[in-house]
Ligand binder design. Sequence first.
Ligand code: FMN
Length: 238
Amino acid sequence: MGMRRVCCGGNKGKVIVADKQIDLSSENLFDILGTTRAMRRLKPDPVPDALIVKILEAGTRAPNGANSQSWHFIVVKDMAIKKAVQLWYKKALDEIVGPRYASSAPPAGSTADKYHRQHLAVEYLTEHFHEAPVWIVACIKHDNPLIPPNRSAGASIYPAVQNMLLAARALGLGASLTTRHLFYEAETEKALGLPEGTHSYAIVPIGYPLGNFGPVGRGDLRDFVSLDRIGQPWDALP
Ligand SMILES: Cc1cc2nc3c(=O)[nH]c(=O)nc-3n(C[C@H](O)[C@H](O)[C@H](O)COP(=O)(O)O)c2cc1C
């Protein structure tokens, strides 16, 4: 599968995804899917509220369990709040995630060089987390304290988060899905001022991209898909 970036920043220029040249201003869903990457280097310049509203609308188009819409999205612009969370986000990199990165092999679809560059981008975002002009913090209000947050709950918020990432990309904005603050869940949720029973599932920092939108690389479908039972190849795959 041929994947390489051919030029340019912002949402201008072209990339090649699966041997097909994609115009980065394309509004075709599959083109957007193929170029929605974690954009961790962001300009601190403000983003118009109208664009954030569009992203939130896209988020709330997502499915959620029983259509109960127990989600809540906090648009965070307050530097004091962002900085208070960033301290924990950085601590989690320094003490937990960073050492894991340093000792792990590149995942499928990556190389040692790409993985190293990913780590540098992760460090950059960590240092500048609070400088992203806007965060959207995706939360769920848990009505029943007897049922702790679980995978089902996550399944009702991450589709919305993914919709927002795609919408940001379509608007030429950079964004990424982050959850590392959850290593210090109590501390960061206090800093975010979440009421009792409401929990955060992701922080999505959004801004104009400093870097280029490149093609998504996840390796070969054959590594992840089976027919009928795990391990049985499906010959329909390319
Ligand atoms: C559940 C989840 C949690 C993530 N948490 C973080 C995070 O805390 N910080 C971060 O920089 N990226 C985070 N990411 C982004 C992944 O690292 C990213 O999707 C992956 O490196 C692929 O990057 P790409 O889309 O640029 O190819 C998270 C992604 C997922 C799905």
